[in-house]
Structures are given as structure tokens and as C-alpha cells.
Design a binder for this molecule. Structure first.
Ligand SMILES: C[S@@+](CC[C@H](N)C(=O)[O-])C[C@H]1O[C@@H](n2cnc3c(N)ncnc32)[C@H](O)[C@@H]1O
Length: 346
């Protein structure tokens, strides 16, 4: 019999708290820096993947990741303290959570998120300046035009999120046999369009995204043998022709990259492109009052990276009603960090 019991989450140690009663404020700054650096370094070295097949000694691990024994042992000691690795006798092993989230053997491999964090780290050095001016010195999209590897890494990171979100989308988004044309605005890696075209054989799709986000998408689509059914339109979705009428429109994690005025306009245009009975699917991280810590952190990231923000559900309802959408449904995903879906019909 398969084990159907829900998996228990094992909380990791909070290494930022002092061990005694005295307050040590610098731990709030020093320990998160070291924690992020160590996990990111492990991702860049392929350390978690090197342990994916089972426990090995420090010397074997060092060899596998082409690193010094001293460096590997020092990094491993801290990763054990963080709850990312564990000792099994004399051998080192991934904890269950590390195996699940940071290796190809797990449910989702978020290693691209570690590689992205390595790129985002120096950008965070400009946070004080962005706060002073109220906007980024240059947007992430401009940086991607200048440094093409950034777009590729960001899209891989978004692909990891998308493989986590995909089953929720399939579960909550109804597609009828009469629906044929899917438009995926900001579709990036193409995984959502691929998943829906695989599931619904009548669908074909158009993906609109900035050229920097689409560098690998054509190859992925060809590998899935869907080049006949999924087409790319590289460009700014605000200016690009979306190509006729559509039955299903995805606007997934893209609204927070646009200003309120831009979203009002884009949602109005989506309303015009949808066929009668067509469905708009928005995925977003909705701002609540009071804000939670994750939303507040994300808004600070957006201030620095794109100069935009997250929005509340009421704001989406206003844009949708102004665009003539009659029926609007909100679905909060579980866990809540996965965000919410808004399904709207005209
Ligand atoms: C957070 S990612 C989400 C990617 C994908 N929809 C998903 O859910 O995994 C936002 C995407 O929107 C794209 N994007 C942002 N502004 C855009 C614009 N003005 N025109 C086209 N694409 C845009 C980015 O390039 C990126 O691929």
C-alpha cells in the first residue's frame, strides 16, 4: 500500500536568535547573510545534487563538487546547523526537505532560484538608492537586455515556480471542448502553455513575452513536440499584436510587473480579445491589510527591480468590472505563499 499520510513539515532551526536571553541585534543581519550565502553557494557548487543519490563522506563530496576538503567540510558544518544537511554516522546526507526542494530527485528543484539569488544579491546593494528615489535606477528588464544570461536564469527560476503551480492551475481552471485558443501573456518558459496543450488536445497557444525571457522557450516547446501548436510572439505585451480572438487568457504573475494604469489598460484589452464565454485567469500575490512579511519583502524587491507593486483583490475587481467582466471568482491557494487565482468571465 502506498503511504498516503500527509507529509509532516519539520521546522528548520532559527539560527538568527541568540542562544541566551540577551538581545544580539547584529545576528539579524549577519546570520541571514551567511545563511543565504551558504545555501546559494551549495546550489552553485551542485552540492545538494551531489548528495541526491545517497549519503557519502566529506572527501567523496569534495571530489564530486570539485572543491577542497576543508572548504566542503566547513560549508557542510553550517548547512547541518541550518537543517539543510544531516550526519548519518560518518557520512553526509541531504535532509528530507533539501532532497525534495533542491535536487532533481525531489518534487520541485528550486536550484535555479539559488542561481537567481546569486545574481539578485549585488542588485540589492542599490536598495537604499531605490528607496531614496522611489524607483529602480534601471529595471530588471533593461538589465536583461544588457546581460542576456540574466533573462535565461530568471526564466529557469520562474519555470521551477511554474512546475509547483501547474497542478493547481489544472485543478482550478475549467477548459471546455469549445475552447481552442490560449493566450499566455508573460508566458516566459512556456511550461503553463505546454501543460494545458498536453492536457487538452484541442488547444493551441500563443505566448507573448520579452525576448530576454524566451531564449530557451522555443527549444523546450520543440522538445515537447508542440511546435505546431504553441507559437511565440517576442515583444512588449503592451505594444505587441496578440493575434486575434482567444478563448482562454493567462495573466500569471505578470500584473505585479505593471503599474495600476498599465494593468487597467491590459485587462481592458484582454476583455476585448476574449471570445464570448471566454475565461481570463490571473495568478497573483494579493496585498492584504495588514500586510504580511512576505508581501512587504516582495514589494521592496519590486521597488528595486521593476518599480512596480502588488495589488489588493478589490483593485483587480475594479479593473475587471471596468473591462466588462461580469463573473469574478477568487481562489486562495494552499499554502497561502503560493498566491491566489482570479477567474473572470465577461
Ligand atoms: C514573474 S514572471 C512570470 C512568468 C510566468 N507567467 C509564470 O507564471 O511562471 C513575469 C513575466 O512577465 C514578463 N513581462 C514583464 N513585463 C512584460 C511586458 N511588458 N511585456 C511582455 N512580458 C513582460 C517577464 O519577462 C516574465 O517572463
Amino acid at each position: 500500500m502506498p503511504n498516503t499520510k500527509p507529509r509532516q513539515r519539520v521546522p528548520k532551526p532559527d539560527v538568527c536568535q541568540p542562544t541566551g536571553t540577551a538581545e544580539l541585534p547584529m545576528l539579524d543581519v549577519y546570520m541571514p547573510m551567511m545563511k543565504s550565502s551558504a545555501i546559494v553557494a551549495a546550489g552553485r557548487l551542485g552540492l545538494f545534487e551531489a548528495l541526491a543519490d545517497g549519503p557519502i563522506s566529506v572527501v567523496q563530496l569534495a571530489e564530486k563538487i570539485e572543491s577542497s576538503s576543508k572548504g566542503t567540510a566547513t560549508l557542510a558544518d553550517f548547512l547541518i546547523a541550518l537543517g539543510y544537511l544531516e550526519k548519518q554516522g560518518e557520512l553526509l546526507a541531504n535532509t528530507e526537505s533539501t532532497q525534495r526542494w533542491f535536487t532533481s530527485r525531489g518534487q520541485v528543484d528550486y536550484t535555479p532560484g539559488l542561481l537567481w539569488t546569486h545574481e539578485a544579491w549585488p542588485m540589492m546593494g542599490g536598495l537604499a538608492e531605490a528607496v531614496r528615489s522611489g524607483h529602480p535606477e534601471r529595471t530588471l528588464w533593461d538589465a536583461m537586455v544588457e546581460h542576456s544570461h540574466l533573462g535565461e536564469i530568471f526564466s529557469s527560476y520562474m519555470a521551477a515556480f511554474a512546475s509547483d503551480l501547474g497542478p493547481d492551475l489544472l485543478k482550478h481552471v475549467p477548459v471546455t471542448p469549445a475552447q481552442h485558443r490560449l493566450l499566455d501573456l508573460g508566458g516566459s518558459h512556456g511550461l503553463h502553455a505546454i501543460r494545458f496543450c498536453r492536457r487538452y488536445s484541442q488547444l493551441s497557444a500563443v505566448i507573448v513575452d520579452l525576448p530576454s525571457a524566451l531564449s530557451e522557450t522555443g527549444t523546450t516547446i520543440a522538445r515537447e513536440r508542440l511546435a505546431e501548436r504553441i507559437h511565440l510572439r517576442p515583444g512588449d505585451l503592451q505594444e505587441e499584436d496578440w493575434g486575434g480572438e482567444h478563448d482562454l487568457v493567462f495573466y500569471l504573475s505578470v500584473a505585479h510587473n505593471h503599474s495600476a494604469e498599465e494593468n487597467r489598460h491590459i485587462i481592458e484589452r484582454i476583455g476585448q480579445t476574449l471570445s464570448p464565454g471566454g475565461l481570463l485567469v490571473i495568478h497573483e500575490y494579493l496585498t492584504e491589510t495588514p500586510q504580511d512579511a512576505l508581501d512587504a519583502a516582495f514589494r521592496l524587491t519590486l521597488l528595486l527591480e521593476t518599480g512596480t507593486q502588488t495589488y489588493g483583490y478589490e483593485q483587480y475587481c475594479d479593473w475587471l468590472s471596468a473591462a466588462g467582466f461580469q463573473s469574478v471568482e477568487r481562489i486562495d491557494l494552499n499554502p497561502k505563499e503560493k498566491g491566489s487565482l482570479i477567474l473572470a468571465r465577461r
